[in-house]
Ligand binder design. Structure first.
Ligand SMILES: [Zn+2]
Ligand SMILES: [Zn+2]
Length: 309
């Protein structure tokens, strides 16, 4: 059985869901951020500047930079409420309305009486956004923190800026623990580019949608019709009786991960059509696939829940 998103109608569009400009603390103006992503072969981005009072709660206007082969989703990185470690929450909201109401978040320190992270995440979701828990490792999130964000669609499992500049780029352990608690979440790779260091063009999503426009892209994100990548492409994933079959760009390792420490893999040279025996993985409530190329770059499928297919 071919699995979503490969069964969905349309084409794959490449996008970066987390970026900053000089509207807040990025180095480049929004036009140049969009120009660079388009020039690097992206189909869309979301410019997610910091939604705090220091910069007057911006939802950065990227509409002037849309054209017939590049589009944008309005978005922001939301900040309100304290995490367990006392730091302010960072939550990604892609597909926000331009008039999303300000929070009470004057700057990057939590203040009394402001919305909790869970509350602002829910307000963003109810306003139509695709919501993700940003950079869990960089933030130092606890499981209790992560559990509280019931509005999340996704966890940022790779943040290229946090990886490159702080060596704290992963969110995968937290995602896997949430999956194993039964949370139905998807996974995204992003840049979080500020263009002050080597933080751009390293992690993205490939979204399968009928058209490269904000409405179709946002619906596809919410439906989980995408995979995340640092380079490799995934062309199809099939769940068969005792195997997972993966069609992909040339891979050196293809891994199927599942609950607990369960993982099975195929290892080879320039593999493009790979079968992995499930073995004890067939008992897991969820599975996911990672494709690793010769350079160590990864592509990650969204989790699959075989019992719901
Ligand atoms: Zn952040
Ligand atoms: Zn950010």
């Amino acid at each position: 059985m071919l699995l979503p998103p490969f069964t969905a109608a349309g084409s794959f569009f490449r996008g970066n869901l987390h970026t900053h400009s000089n509207v807040t603390d990025g180095a480049l103006d929004p036009a140049e951020v969009c120009r660079r992503y388009k020039a690097e072969g992206y189909d869309f981005i979301s410019l997610t500047d910091h939604f705090v009072g220091r910069w007057d709660y911006p939802i950065t206007d990227t509409l002037p930079f849309r054209d017939d082969r590049f589009t944008t989703l309005l978005g922001a990185e939301l900040h309100s409420g304290a995490q367990a470690n006392g730091e302010l929450w960072h939550l990604l909201a892609v597909g926000l309305p331009a008039d999303f109401a300000p929070s009470n978040s004057p700057d990057f320190q939590p203040v009394a009486g402001q919305e909790t992270g869970a509350e602002i995440a829910m307000r963003a979701r109810e306003a139509g956004a695709f919501v993700a828990i940003a950079h869990p490792q960089w933030s130092g999130l606890t499981m209790e923190d992560a559990r509280s964000i019931t509005a999340a669609h996704a966890v940022e499992i790779y943040n290229h800026g946090a990886h490159s500049l702080s060596d704290r780029g992963t969110g995968m352990p937290m995602l896997e623990l949430l999956l194993s608690e039964g949370r139905d979440l998807t996974l995204i790779a992003t840049d979080d580019a500020h263009f002050k260091g080597p933080d751009a063009f390293g992690g993205w999503v490939m979204v399968k949608a009928a058209e490269n426009d904000p409405e179709h892209l946002l619906a596809a994100l919410k439906a989980g019709h995408f995979y995340a990548s640092q380079g490799p492409e995934i062309h199809g994933i099939w769940l068969e009786d005792s195997q997972v079959r993966v069609a992909c760009s040339a891979a050196s390792i293809v891994v199927v991960q599942a609950h607990g420490n369960a993982a099975e893999m195929a290892v080879g040279d320039a593999m493009t059509d790979v079968r992995v025996e499930l073995g004890r993985l067939s008992k897991s409530p969820w599975l996911r696939v990672t494709v690793i190329d010769r350079a160590g770059k990864r592509a990650w499928s969204n989790p699959v829940w075989p019992g719901t297919l």
